[in-house]
Design a protein. Structure first.
Length: 193
């Protein structure tokens, strides 16, 4: 049996994004990671859809049966500021975690290059740069206008010095079978941004 560390110093960052600006938001997140890491944090947790933002209250011009041009333009800006799970922006965050030897959890709007689908995702990054992506299984309510359903990599868990860690995003925590799937994988730390 693996000997686990008994104490974990975690930083739970209640951060706001620079709306619709992935570069500025990532720059801000990197500064916050550096501050938390320099203050002894070993695990740093950020909110749901921090990059480029959680589009609370936006409709992107959608009503049943139609969509307006202004909404399409807003959607395109949001789409262009969503990031790839294996893209250069993600690599910047992975490199930061490795440099500071910290674990990260953060929410982002994931853009899948092959299908142009967006996903409400949470990335776990280890101190050595391993990255595990979790996509929200079923976006909640009007979130379905923005993000697609997860179709792969259900319930990833990561080994850490404190035991296995996993995450569910927001409303998923109300899904008993999703929680049971994480518990069955032996998680010790459950993140629910």
């Amino acid at each position: 049996m693996k000997n686990l560390k008994k104490q974990l110093r975690a930083a739970i960052v209640q951060a706001s994004p620079v709306l619709f600006d992935k570069k500025a938001t990532i720059d801000k997140v990197v500064r916050q990671i550096m501050e938390a890491g320099q203050n002894g944090a070993e695990l740093i947790v950020f909110p749901e859809s921090l990059i480029p933002c959680y589009p609370y209250g936006l409709t992107f011009g959608f009503t049943v049966g139609s969509r307006n041009e202004a909404g399409r333009k807003d959607w395109k800006v949001y789409y262009d500021n969503s990031i790839l799970a294996a893209g250069e922006e993600m690599q910047q965050l992975i490199d930061c975690a490795k440099r500071l030897s910290v674990y990260l959890s953060f929410g982002y709007s994931e853009r899948k290059e092959a299908t142009a689908t967006l996903y409400n995702s949470n990335m776990l990054i280890s101190s050595d740069g391993q990255a595990l992506n979790h996509r929200k299984l079923k976006p909640t309510g009007a979130e379905r206008l923005i993000w697609g359903d997860a179709q792969q990599d259900f319930f990833p868990v990561m080994d850490t010095p404190w035991g296995k860690i996993g995450s569910l995003i927001c409303w998923e925590s109300y899904m008993p079978l999703a929680r049971a799937a994480l518990y069955e994988k032996g998680i010790k730390i459950y993140i629910s941004p």
